[in-house]
Design a protein around this ligand. Structure first.
Ligand SMILES: *[C@@H]1O[C@H](CO)[C@@H](O)[C@H](O)[C@H]1NC(C)=O
Ligand SMILES: *[C@@H]1O[C@H](CO)[C@@H](O)[C@H](O)[C@H]1NC(C)=O
Ligand SMILES: *[C@@H]1O[C@H](CO)[C@@H](O)[C@H](O)[C@H]1NC(C)=O
Ligand SMILES: *[C@@H]1O[C@H](CO)[C@@H](O)[C@H](O)[C@H]1NC(C)=O
Ligand SMILES: *[C@@H]1O[C@H](CO)[C@@H](O)[C@H](O)[C@H]1NC(C)=O
Ligand SMILES: *[C@@H]1O[C@H](CO)[C@@H](O)[C@H](O)[C@H]1NC(C)=O
Length: 172
């Protein structure tokens, strides 16, 4: 009996993990600017941004010392020249999450420290074609296919669970 219940909880855990993983297969990525270095002067943010793949729906987040630094979204002119004219947004919380909702270039600078290299430009790419503009039929077909795949994988798990129990019982 001990083997049986041990086996059951292990399989249950596996199943739960599997379901949790399945629940959101296309989770958005949070791109933390500068990684562990955060949003600070004298960091090459071009290197950082070139090492990331930004997709529509992702987030970019800035971690920095509140009251000292800040984040302004500007256009290319603002980025090139460290100017704020007609800026699209500003953030000051010290831990700002900014959604990247459009496939375009985004430019962020820190007012007052832009010349000390606190500027970052990123290219946000569209999602793969099928995910962005599916017809309803295609979308339905896609999710049906995903579901049948999921069902099959659950079935596989259940089957291996049953096999495990049978083997487990056989060994007792
Ligand atoms: C930052 O790194 C990029 C390559 O990732 C390089 O082209 C650029 O010259 C660097 N900028 C500075 C100021 O070092
Ligand atoms: C680029 O990403 C790789 C893998 O995540 C990492 O090992 C490397 O340090 C990164 N380079 C920079 C400049 O952030
Ligand atoms: C600002 O940057 C742009 C390029 O984006 C450039 O053409 C322009 O001469 C720069 N200076 C000013 C004052 O706008
Ligand atoms: C950026 O915005 C300023 C102010 O609205 C404008 O004068 C400038 O032409 C814009 N630059 C670009 C590249 O759109
Ligand atoms: C930044 O945004 C806040 C509102 O969120 C506003 O009160 C403040 O004046 C803005 N800062 C600048 C420099 O525009
Ligand atoms: C898009 O869907 C078509 C047919 O449904 C498929 O053949 C193709 O591989 C898909 N492309 C991507 C990028 O998923």
């Amino acid at each position: 009996m001990a083997i049986y219940s041990h086996c059951t909880s292990a399989k249950l855990l596996l199943l739960l993990l599997f379901l949790a993983w399945r629940a959101d297969p296309s989770a958005a990525t949070d791109h933390i600017v500068g990684g562990d270095l955060g949003w600070n002067p004298n960091i090459n943010y071009s290197s950082w941004s070139h090492n990331q793949t930004f997709l529509v729906g992702d987030l970019i987040s800035f971690r920095y010392q509140k009251h000292t630094y800040n984040v302004f979204e500007v256009n290319k002119t603002g980025y090139d020249n460290c100017t704020m004219d007609g800026y699209a947004g500003n953030w000051t919380s010290g831990k700002d999450f900014i959604p990247l909702n459009k496939p375009q270039m985004y430019y962020f600078i820190c007012d007052g420290f832009c010349f000390g290299s606190m500027k970052v430009s990123i290219v946000v790419r569209p999602l793969p074609a099928n995910a962005t503009a599916p017809t309803k039929a295609l979308a339905a077909r896609g999710s049906a296919a995903e579901k049948s795949m999921a069902v099959r994988r659950v079935a596989d798990l259940v089957a291996s669970f049953v096999l495990g129990v049978v083997i487990g019982l056989g060994m007792m």
